[in-house]
Design a protein around this ligand. Structure first.
Ligand code: SAM
Length: 286
């Protein structure tokens, strides 16, 4: 069946009495060129195992099944089960699982469905859970690459660098683990129902080695979060607030100066190397 013809999709949804759920971020692709482009951008071929989150009615799933060695798709909405059986049931390399990806034991699932294969994620993510899902996927160390369609603003934030208006704690998290690339934008007209926001596809290739070496990862990210928590504040004031229980302002100033940084600089100017140096200095004072 032609999965990306709006008329046929409408007929399929009506046949099963399907109702879109806003809370599950259900906006299905209806432009056939988009899932094909996303699947191609992922770089998947027969050697790869691909995890898809939220197959919906299977537009992207079908493209992935035609390219990849194995595809495992996790869908929260059980009412999509009979629709998916009709649209992608013919693919022998596909495993469908119903459940919440946030509660799914991914190492066990991937070991079961694609043992020994290099793994990647390719998905049109539900917008309401983009950040927690990406945090889980990137932090898991299970994947070599993550290609996702997300809200355009979030994509810009992930791919931003020091000095960009969109640069923030999530940009640092992404750059620490991955090399993110903004690939292309997708307008609301490509979806049913149309979302209010524009979307972008990004590809994040995991780094074999982290971008910087830090003795204490959780302290590193605590420093990053504190630096961005109050964007209008200087680095000195932001860090002093973030570490007020453990450090005096003088100690924070000392840590900043030891990194050859100006206390009046703002966190949004710092690159990963500078954040790493700062977290080492602060760690030495705790
Ligand atoms: N892949 C389809 C497409 O491109 O047309 C649908 C994408 S739609 C933006 C997001 C999908 O994720 C929906 O099918 C929704 O039911 C599913 N979803 C939402 N929350 C989820 C969760 N926590 N775990 C797994 N799937 C989820």
């Amino acid at each position: 069946m032609e999965l990306c013809s709006p008329t046929q999709i409408r007929a399929l949804l009506d046949r099963y009495g399907f109702r879109f759920s806003k809370s599950m971020g259900q906006n299905f692709l209806i432009d056939p060129s988009v899932p094909a482009r996303i699947a191609e951008a992922s770089g998947a071929d027969g050697t790869w195992g691909v995890l898809e989150i939220g197959p919906g009615i299977g537009a992207l799933t079908a493209c992935l099944c035609r390219r990849a060695g194995k595809v495992t798709a996790v869908e929260l909405d059980r009412s999509l089960e009979p629709l998916l059986a009709e649209t992608v049931g013919q693919y022998a390399n596909l495993t469908l699982r119903f459940g919440d990806v946030m509660k799914t034991d991914l190492p066990a699932l991937l070991e079961e469905t694609m043992p020994g294969m290099p793994r990647m994620v390719c998905a049109n993510l539900p917008y309401n859970i983009t950040s927690p899902v990406l945090t889980k996927l990137i932090g898991s160390g299970l994947f070599d690459a993550v290609t996702v369609m997300i809200q355009r603003e979030v994509a810009r934030r992930i791919c931003a660098g020091p000095g960009d208006g969109d640069y923030g704690a999530f940009s640092v998290f992404a750059a620490y683990h991955t090399e993110p690339k903004l690939l292309f934008d997708v307008p609301p007209s490509c979806f049913m129902p149309q979302p209010k926001v524009h979307s972008s596809v990004i590809r994040m290739e995991m780094r074999r080695e982290k971008a910087v070496t830090v003795p204490d990862e959780s302290l590193f990210f605590r420093v990053v979060r504190a630096a961005f928590a109050q964007r209008r504040k200087t680095l000195l004031n932001a860090l002093s607030a973030g570490f007020s229980r453990e450090l005096t302002k003088q100690q924070v100033e000392q840590a900043i100066s030891a990194c050859d940084l100006e206390p009046a600089v703002r966190g949004e100017r710092l690159n990963l190397t500078e954040f790493a140096a700062l977290s080492r200095q602060i760690g030495g004072l705790l």
